[in-house]
Design a protein. Structure first.
Length: 312
């Protein structure tokens, strides 16, 4: 059945039937707006858009994969503020001849990813469009903590990373060359593994700044360096290149550090911490903060790509 055959309200009914509204939702879909608890008294909000042909391809990823990716991109932003995600709102623009099962599977992926952090999909909107587009807004609760900003890094801080980088970029390169292996990289591109809980933990540990690595580690840490008016240096020896990534890079003629330092879509969390803070195993030190500007690698300017720019 196509979406045109089901109609707007038939599509809504099918999508809502596949959603988990989460524990923070006091009122889910069905009225003009949802009601979400904000026990902290402050609401953290972020939004992100995925456009077919620009951010995903249906021949590379299933609808469920796209749902996971769309949710992860927003939930990671909430975590990067030191908050706990509570709810998602979804805007969906679809071609009328799209099979309705695609929208149903998208909803399942969105709901499943949100459920990892106890959040729910509580509402949204939809429209007909020649370009398939998924727009997600995420809400979060700070739980009494101060938000962790990009502007708080200080000289002497250590730079640490929770999660992984380079995997999704490697998967994108593999897919773009017409291959489907190694699975480790391809699956990382389709469904990122985000260390959501590390965000609130970092805030509790006293992180001075934090950011979601969505566009590339060097580029995103460049935002931290600029906002904090400091310099950041990364140490390549701190990064472990898995065998599958190294083999794929050799086969494709790519330096794996181009993926690790310049690749996005893994949604790792990068943060700075005061010296002497004992970090849990989930966080590993990858560099340091110093007086200066910009981001260097092994104390030298990086000569490769630094990250994704939508308009470049």
């Amino acid at each position: 059945m196509s979406i045109a055959e089901a109609g707007e309200f038939g599509l809504i009914a099918r999508i809502v039937a596949r959603l988990d509204f989460g524990t923070a939702s006091l009122l889910g879909p069905g009225d003009d707006a949802a009601v979400v608890a904000a026990s902290d008294g402050r609401v953290v909000a972020s939004t992100d858009v995925l456009v077919e042909g620009r951010h995903f391809r249906r021949d590379w990823s299933s609808a469920t994969d796209v749902g996971h990716r769309a949710a992860a991109a927003n939930l990671a932003d909430i975590a990067a503020m030191g908050a706990s995600p509570t709810a998602l709102l979804v805007g969906l623009c679809v071609p009328v001849d799209l099979d309705i099962s695609w929208a149903e599977d998208l909803a399942a992926g969105l709901s499943a990813e949100a459920a990892k952090v106890g959040a729910g999909v509580v509402g949204g909107d939809m429209s007909a469009s020649p370009t398939l587009t998924v727009a997600v807004t995420a809400l979060g609760d700070l739980g009494g903590r101060a938000p962790v900003l990009r502007s708080g890094a200080q000289p002497g801080d250590v730079v640490a990373l929770a999660g992984r980088t380079g995997y999704a970029a490697g998967g994108y390169t593999v897919l773009s060359r017409g291959f489907r292996t190694p699975k480790l990289l391809v699956e990382a591109y389709r469904r990122p593994e985000v260390p959501y809980e590390a965000g609130a933990a970092a805030a509790t540990l006293g992180a001075t700044s934090m950011i979601d690595v969505s566009d590339g580690l060097l580029q995103d840490l460049g935002h931290v360096a600029a906002a904090s008016v400091v310099g950041i240096d990364l140490h390549t020896e701190a990064f472990e290149i898995p065998g599958a990534m190294r083999d794929a890079a050799i086969a494709l003629g790519v330096d794996p550090f181009q993926w690790v330092l310049g690749g996005g879509d893994d949604h790792a969390l990068a943060a700075t911490f005061p010296p002497g803070v004992t970090l849990p195993a989930q966080w590993r030190v990858i560099g340091g903060v110093h007086e200066g500007t910009g981001v260097t690698v092994d104390r030298k300017p990086w000569q490769g790509g630094t990250g994704w720019d939508h308009f470049r």
